[in-house]
Write a protein that binds this ligand. Structure first.
Ligand SMILES: Cc1ncc(COP(=O)(O)O)c(C=O)c1O
Length: 408
């Protein structure tokens, strides 16, 4: 297992993050870290927990009031028929939820259908659990959704899991209810499990967020995974959760959580209870502001880099996943690009070349498309959840830098 980890890639997002620490006055449009402050309910909950000396060991699946709050939320907001609060397990953020779930459900060689592009940690987590990620393209012309026939074509006797991520990181594509019904039929017909990563459930600008676990008869095979990171602006605090109806799988996942954390931080959990029980206004407020920033960024991009990038504002999440004009890059001499470890492809990478160019010359963090999947070479991801000031600064810096390129 030790040696095997050498073959598990490090996400480009992490590589870029490390590069950004060497940049003076950077514009951090690389990480999906919302610039908002956490709600007061959360902060007060943390302060109270400290004052009450809640600093000791806890049940490893999570404290009862938090499991109850998450179960209630999944029942009411997501429409998932959670039976008992015991079906809910609290994790160290959404990444840890996915890690525990995939460790619990995969056998070596099991294939997992994953969108292309997709947030790179998913592929790494699947590999780390002995699984084989099989990426199926999202179609830009369908608003970055799957053509369901493409998913069917990718199924083999080894397929064990459909991994859904709607809204999707990096494209913001949102699966429709009809898509989910079709995928649910496939899962039932082929006896597949579904891991439903709903990290961006609260950031949907067009259409609705539907959990596949809420569709009739699906919760016995669909495992919904959530995080508080984005919705409550607590990415560094680390609180996530998932629900599994199947008791045998749940016991396995619980062991992964037990032996990887003992328990999620007591202070974080008590703060999370307060955030879940208090006003949920921040979720709407964040969404309104995120919509503004999305539109501001896309408009600004046209002015800062006319003709250099193309793509439409996404239906969900908070990223701009845009296509680089290869002609522009060629003329500007933006070529080469040191490929990420995450990419299995050899040769030069336009998306890496462009990312390195923007980091070095414009101080703008961004992530090369190729690291989200081989078909996304030639794209870049910018995070639009940063503050208005930071987005404005990045756009101004991009405009100035590209003006020099045009003048060359
Ligand atoms: C698609 C997706 N799933 C899960 C997560 C997990 O987030 P965290 O571990 O910060 O809670 C992220 C974070 O960026 C994500 O983009």
């Amino acid at each position: 297992m030790g040696q095997f980890l050498d073959s598990v890639p490090v996400s480009a997002i992490v590589r870029i993050r490390d590069m950004m620490y060497t940049v003076k006055d950077p514009f951090r449009l690389d990480q999906g870290d919302v610039s908002f402050d956490a709600p007061d309910t959360f902060k007060q909950g943390v302060a109270r927990a400290m004052a009450e000396n809640r600093t000791h060991y806890l049940p490893s699946n999570g404290i009862p009031p938090l499991r109850k709050a998450f179960a209630e939320k999944m029942r009411k907001k997501n429409g998932i028929p959670i039976g008992s609060d015991d079906e809910v397990i609290v994790t160290n953020g959404g990444t840890h939820a996915l890690f525990a779930v995939f460790q619990a459900i995969l056998e070596p060689g099991d294939e997992v259908i994953i969108p292309d592009p997709e947030w790179p940690p998913t592929m790494a987590i699947v590999k780390q659990a002995g699984g084989v990620p099989v990426q199926v393209p999202l179609r830009e012309d369908l608003g970055w959704r799957w053509e369901i026939a493409d998913v069917e074509k990718a199924l083999t006797p080894k397929t064990r899991v459909l991994y859904l991520n709607s809204p999707n990181n990096p494209t913001g594509g949102v699966l429709t209810r009809a898509d989910l019904e079709a995928l649910a039929r496939i899962a039932r017909d082929r006896n597949l499990l579904v891991v439903s990563d709903e990290a961006y459930e609260d950031v949907v600008f067009k259409g609705e967020h539907v959990s596949i676990a809420s569709l009739p008869g699906m919760y016995d095979r669909a495992i919904p995974c959530y995080t508080m990171s984005k919705s409550y602006a607590i990415t560094g605090v680390r609180v996530g959760y998932f629900a599994i109806q199947n008791a045998a799988l749940r016991d396995r996942a619980a062991k992964v959580v037990l032996y990887s954390t003992t328990n999620v931080s007591s202070i974080a959990q008590y703060g999370a209870v307060a955030a879940m029980e208090g006003s949920q206004q921040c979720i709407d407020d964040f969404k309104t502001e995120l919509r503004f920033r999305r539109d501001m960024f896309f408009k600004g991009l046209q002015d800062a880099a006319p003709g250099v990038f193309s793509g439409n504002p996404p239906d969900g999440a908070f990223y701009a996943f845009v296509k680089i004009d290869p002609e522009f890059a060629k003329q500007a001499g933006i070529t080469g690009g040191s490929r990420a470890e995450a990419s299995a492809m050899a040769g030069d990478s336009l998306s890496w070349a462009m990312a390195e160019f923007l980091i070095k010359h414009a101080r703008i963090g961004c992530v090369p498309g190729v690291d989200f999947g081989p078909r996304s070479e030639g794209y870049l991801r910018f995070c639009t959840c940063r503050s208005r000031e930071e987005l404005t600064g990045a756009l101004a810096s991009m405009k100035e830098t590209l003006a020099h390129v045009h003048a060359r």
